[in-house]
Ligand binder design. Structure first.
Ligand SMILES: C[S@@+](CC[C@H](N)C(=O)[O-])C[C@H]1O[C@@H](n2cnc3c(N)ncnc32)[C@H](O)[C@@H]1O
Length: 248
C-alpha cells in the first residue's frame, strides 16, 4: 500500500507521538458509539498506526487490527498486546472467517476505500448476527471534506484522492449488504492544542503536507475549519459523522 508508506506513515506516527492528547475526543466517540464490552471480539478497519488499538484491546476479549499498510501496522505490533491479531488488508480485501466479530470499528479510514460495496459484503460476512458496524468518517459537503479537497489534496506528499460519504450511499450500502438501515449522527469533534502553532505542526505531520509549511497549514485550518479558544486550549473543529448499523 504505497499511499500510507514511507514519509506519510512516518509523519503520521510522529504527529500522534508528539501530541498524544490532541485527539482525546476521538476516543470518547469510540467509547460512546462502539461501546465495546470485555467479552467481545472486535475488528478494527484502517487502524493505521494504532491510535485506538491499544485502548480498545484493553476493553475487549479479542481485537483484530487491520490496515492495508504494513508500515502503519508495525507500530501496532510494538504494543505487544496478547489479544491483538494483525491483518494486512483493506476493508475491500479482507478475507476473515464468517460470523466471527461482535462489532466492527473504523475511524477516518473508509474514505480511502474505493470499493465500499465489496467492503460491506465483507463486513456482513464477518459480523455475527446482531453484530454492530460503527464507522466514523468524512462526509461529502462538510467543512472537513473542503479542508481535504482544497488543502490536503494539493500539499500532501502522496496526494489525497478519496471517496467521501453521503447519508444516501451509506444507506444503500447497508441495504445491499443486508444490514439494518444505519443511524447517522454528526460528530462535532474538536482537536485540542496548547498553542495555535501546534495546530499547524500537527496538520503538517498527520497529513504529510510536505509541499507546504506548518504556517500555511494553520492558516488554511483557521479559514476553513475554524479554531476556538476554550479553557486555555486552542480547539480545532473536526466535523465528522458516524454511521451505526447492525447485521440482521
Ligand atoms: C487517516 S488514517 C486513520 C488511521 C486510524 N484509524 C486513526 O484514526 O488514526 C487512514 C488509514 O486508512 C488506511 N486505508 C487505506 N486504504 C484502505 C482501505 N481500502 N480499507 C481500509 N483502510 C484503508 C490507510 O492505510 C491508513 O492507515
Amino acid at each position: 500500500m504505497a499511499e500510507f508508506s514511507g514519509v506519510r506513515a512516518n509523519l503520521y506516527k510522529e504527529s500522534l507521538r508528539e501530541f498524544p492528547h490532541a485527539r482525546d475526543e476521538d476516543i470518547e466517540v469510540m467509547k460512546k458509539y462502539l461501546a465495546p464490552k470485555d467479552n467481545e471480539v472486535v475488528l478494527e478497519i484502517g487502524a493505521g498506526s494504532g491510535f485506538f488499538s491499544g485502548i480498545l484491546s484493553d476493553m475487549v476479549k479479542q481485537l483484530t487490527v487491520s490496515d492495508p499498510s504494513n508500515e502503519q501496522l508495525e507500530e501496532v505490533k510494538d504494543l505487544n498486546k496478547d489479544n491483538i491479531k494483525l491483518v494486512e488488508a483493506g476493508a475491500d480485501t479482507l478475507n476473515l472467517e464468517k460470523e466471527t466479530a461482535d462489532a466492527i470499528w473504523s475511524f477516518g479510514a473508509m474514505h480511502h476505500c474505493f470499493n465500499k460495496t465489496k467492503a460491506f459484503q465483507n463486513f456482513a460476512r464477518i459480523l455475527k448476527r446482531d453484530g454492530r458496524l460503527v464507522i466514523a468518517d468524512v462526509w461529502h459537503g462538510s467543512k472537513l471534506a473542503q479542508h481535504f479537497d482544497d488543502k490536503v489534496a494539493k500539499f500532501c506528499a502522496t496526494g489525497h484522492e478519496v471517496a467521501f460519504w453521503t447519508d444516501e450511499f451509506a444507506e444503500s450500502l447497508c441495504f445491499l449488504a443486508g444490514l439494518e438501515t444505519p443511524k447517522i449522527h454528526d460528530l462535532n469533534i474538536q482537536w485540542k492544542f496548547k498553542t495555535k502553532a501546534e495546530i499547524g505542526t500537527f496538520l503538517y505531520k498527520i497529513h504529510a503536507m510536505t509541499k507546504t509549511t506548518p504556517q500555511e497549514c494553520l492558516k488554511g485550518a483557521e479559514e476553513i475549519l475554524g479554531i476556538e479558544k476554550k479553557d486555555e486550549m486552542y480547539c480545532l473543529n473536526w466535523p465528522m459523522k458516524v454511521m451505526i448499523s447492525k447485521k440482521k
